[in-house]
Design a protein around this ligand. Structure first.
Ligand SMILES: *Cc1c(COP(=O)(O)O)cnc(C)c1O
Length: 374
């Protein structure tokens, strides 16, 4: 299964994009020309709408990958004189601890196992114990395992304690609502190449304008200062420094297609079906998902690497690649695993074909996992 001769990407991004998103890049734009200024404004408006926010919020795109947006958010919003509680259950949480260390911001980690979610009551306890913790940072979907953290319930604990919430919504934004209850946050960060299905090169932060104004002067850096970036957009509609013009054009097209699919609800529905077909099919072959279904986000699924002589992940990878599917190695520390994503321009038939490719790769290895399990 290939498209344009390329394999389908069953990864957490960059991912398989539509033909029309790719075609949107076949032009040149002057970054200070009115056509590009209008494109920037449309993207910012559509992002705020995708977040379900009104006039009191603003969207600030920033050049770079998702980590650049997370670093921009932390450096801009964290008070240099206060502390931050970071909820860690995977590599992306640990990366935020490292960012805070580099920025000279005092971070406390509330870390649980990579297969467990955080307890909102424990968040409340830690905030009560340390009034100097002004912010809490939570990750909606920890892509390390694919786990869905209870951001809404954590948000309630943070709001009750009178603190401010920042969210790494990177891998779920556009497909998974933050929660079934409204979540009060100051800022969330995400990027162009995940559930919105754009190409890589752009991050963005959607934030409460008043909180952004209050954060003026916090940032220890120039190019990632979201307050200054926002002032630039509000001033003349332009980017402060060279924007990734083709990436933004692709992203605008991707945002239009996201809205046409029914926004967060429509996109999430397709990904949930993709995920269900994938999990059921792989279980049928004898693979075991790492996470219980209750905490599995429909973004990327971690499977345990079978402990069976004759099975090799590299051979599975190559066998699936030969059949037109790129999968992903594991990232969690506590078990041997690999990951298969269900996001991007993919549907149920693609996921069924991916499972068939995995079955064929197993047959090549002469391995039958169902026999092993029985
Ligand atoms: C993808 C991702 C990021 C950003 O990673 P980049 O490689 O910099 O794009 C951050 N947090 C989470 C949870 C992610 O899934």
């Amino acid at each position: 299964m290939t498209r344009n001769g390329d394999p389908l990407l069953l990864t957490p991004g960059p991912l398989t994009t539509t033909e029309t998103v790719k075609q949107a890049m076949l032009h040149d734009w002057g970054s200070r020309d009115e056509a590009f200024i209008a494109m920037t404004a449309e993207v910012r408006d559509r992002l705020r709408a995708a977040a379900g926010q009104g006039e009191d919020f603003t969207a600030v795109p920033i050049q770079g990958s998702g980590t650049f947006a997370v670093e921009a958010m932390l450096g801009t919003f964290l008070d240099p004189d206060a502390g931050v509680l970071i909820l860690v259950n995977g590599a992306y949480g640990r990366r935020m601890i490292e960012i805070c260390r580099r920025l000279g911001r005092r971070a406390e980690a509330y870390e649980v196992a990579e297969t467990e979610v955080h307890d909102p009551a424990e968040v409340a306890r830690r905030l009560a114990a340390d009034p100097s913790l002004a912010h809490v940072v939570a990750i909606q979907c920890e892509t390390t395992s694919g786990i869905l953290n209870p951001v809404a319930e954590i948000g309630e604990a943070v709001a009750t304690a009178g603190r401010r919430l920042l969210i790494d919504a990177m891998s779920g934004f556009g497909a998974i609502p933050l929660g079934s209850i409204p979540v009060s946050y100051d800022a969330l960060a995400a990027s162009s190449n995940k559930c919105i299905q754009g190409v890589p090169g752009l991050g963005f932060v959607i934030c409460r304008t008043a909180a952004l104004q209050a954060a003026k002067g916090h940032a220890p850096f120039l190019s990632l200062d979201l307050h200054d970036q926002w002032r630039g957009f509000e001033g003349n509609g332009q980017w402060r420094y060279t924007p990734p013009t083709q990436v933004l054009a692709a992203f605008r097209q991707a945002l239009r297609e996201h809205a046409d699919e029914g926004g967060v609800a429509g996109r999430g529905e397709r990904y949930r079906r993709n995920c269900a077909v994938l999990v059921e099919g792989m279980k049928g072959l004898g693979f075991e998902p790492l996470l219980p279904a209750a905490v599995q986000a429909p973004i990327i699924v971690t499977f345990r690497t079978p402990d069976l002589s004759g099975f090799s992940f590299d051979t599975l990878y190559e066998g699936m690649k030969d059949r037109g599917f790129v999968i992903y190695p594991g990232k969690i520390t506590e078990a041997e695993t690999f990951r298969i994503g269900c996001i991007g321009d993919l549907d149920e038939s693609d996921m069924r074909a991916a499972v068939a490719a995995a079955a064929a790769a197993l047959a090549d290895m002469g391995v039958d996992l169902r026999g092993a399990a029985a």
